[in-house]
Write a protein that binds this ligand. Structure first.
Ligand code: ATP
Ligand code: MG
Length: 364
């Protein structure tokens, strides 16, 4: 079977380094690996509206921001189809049919949705669209027959839900939908990068982000203000690594070669960690090291972004072309789905003959 990728992001803000280590960096590698017949990357504007209905302009303004972040990270429209979710009406149609295959209590059990409902104080008034977004996500994934979905670990319950819909559909109707697999980041720190405030997840909605488009100075200030170990008051005190954001970021960004360049007195991250635990290593020194590494990684991205910012109409054109190509693929799947459901009445010559025969008998 051909390997196909689908993944995406909500245009609720610029993309941050959590997206980068959790998904973006990997997408570029996968795109360039030549192993995938198709790579679809979606700007999920319709999904973003489900919890931003008071502020649709935010979603509208951030389409271009997300697209710029994609291109500056190295997603290449010659290899990857970049699309905007709302421009593919077939996705709504698929969602509508999949809704019959899922129960309310199953949606209520989805841990990510539960958590997000809490975060947004939606308890008493959950928009129906928000509550059902895992179903619409199943439509996105299956519309493109995706085999592989590179995401952070907060998305695992969505993939699980999608698999259930696929199995149910294929059992009730006919095996036309493809069972997708999540592709998680290689290391734990990347699965859910914490915010600079030490909160469990860096997230656009929590305002605790280092953005890919931040200036070098903004990045440095954010890193220097990062949450570390509150008990590590004196340099000589022993330090803790658990919940220490600076070390989590080092796990996500640091490679052994960085020591040669920026901190030659240590051989590798294990040595640095051991010294911190023993005591005698100050937070400032570790933060400066992290800053050097992050700047090295972000600098080329920032430079490419400046270049792409010079021709915004060209980027909308890329998104338009991508959305058109994506629409063709989704329409093909929808047609197969409708045939499997036998709601393709006008193409079903047998049905028309059968019904006609029924009435002919009645008349005879
Ligand atoms: P929002 O707050 O609007 O939900 P978000 O920051 O959570 O925004 P999404 O667009 O929901 O971003 O997520 C896009 C992708 O990035 C998903 O695959 C998600 O798993 C991944 N991702 C988001 N935040 C992180 C993070 N902190 N660490 C690792 N991966 C992340
Ligand atoms: Mg999210």
């Amino acid at each position: 079977m051909d390997k196909i990728i689908l993944t995406g992001d909500r245009p609720t803000g610029r993309l941050h380094v959590g997206h980068y280590v959790g998904s973006l960096r990997r997408r570029v590698e996968l795109q360039n690996s030549g192993e995938y017949k198709k790579v679809y990357i979606m700007i999920a504007d319709a999904q973003a509206l489900t919890d931003n209905i008071e502020n649709p302009e935010k979603v509208r303004q951030n389409i271009i921001e997300v697209a710029l972040d994609y291109l500056s990270c190295g997603l290449d429209p010659a290899k990857t189809t970049l699309l905007i979710q709302s421009q593919i009406p077939e996705l709504c149609e698929l969602t509508f049919y999949y809704m019959d295959l899922v129960t309310v209590s199953r949606l209520q059990r989805n841990p990510t949705v539960k958590n997000e409902i809490q975060m947004r104080n939606f308890e008493a008034s959950i928009p129906v669209g928000f509550f059902t977004y895992p179903i619409s996500q199943a439509a996105d994934i299956t519309a493109f027959k995706a085999t592989t979905v590179p995401v952070g670990d907060d998305q695992l319950p969505m993939i699980e839900q999608t698999k259930e819909i696929v199995h149910k559909f294929n059992t009730v109707y006919a095996p036309v939908l493809v069972d997708p697999q999540a592709l998680l980041p290689e290391n734990e720190a990347c699965m859910r990068l914490p915010g600079i405030d030490g909160r469990a997840k860096m997230s656009k909605s929590l305002g605790n982000c280092i953005y890919l488009a931040d200036t070098a100075d903004e990045v440095r200030k954010k890193i220097m203000s990062m949450y570390t170990d509150p008990q590590h008051l004196q340099v000589s005190d022993p330090g803790h690594l658990e919940g220490n954001t600076v070390f989590t970021y080092l796990d996500a960004f640091c490679r052994t070669e960085h020591f040669g360049r920026y901190l030659p007195e240590y051989a590798d991250l294990d040595e640095l960690k051991a010294h911190y635990r023993r005591g005698g290593l100050g937070d400032v020194k570790v933060k400066k090291f992290l800053n050097n590494i992050v700047q090295e990684e972000l600098e080329p991205i920032r430079e490419r972004r400046k270049m792409f910012e010079r021709d915004i109409p060209a980027i909308f054109e890329i998104l338009k072309k991508g959305s058109e190509a994506a629409r063709e693929a989704a329409a093909q799947t929808l047609s197969e789905v409708k045939s499997a459901m036998r709601i393709n009445y006008f193409e079903d010559a047998e049905l028309i003959r059968e019904q006609a025969a029924k009435y002919e008998e009645g008349q005879g």
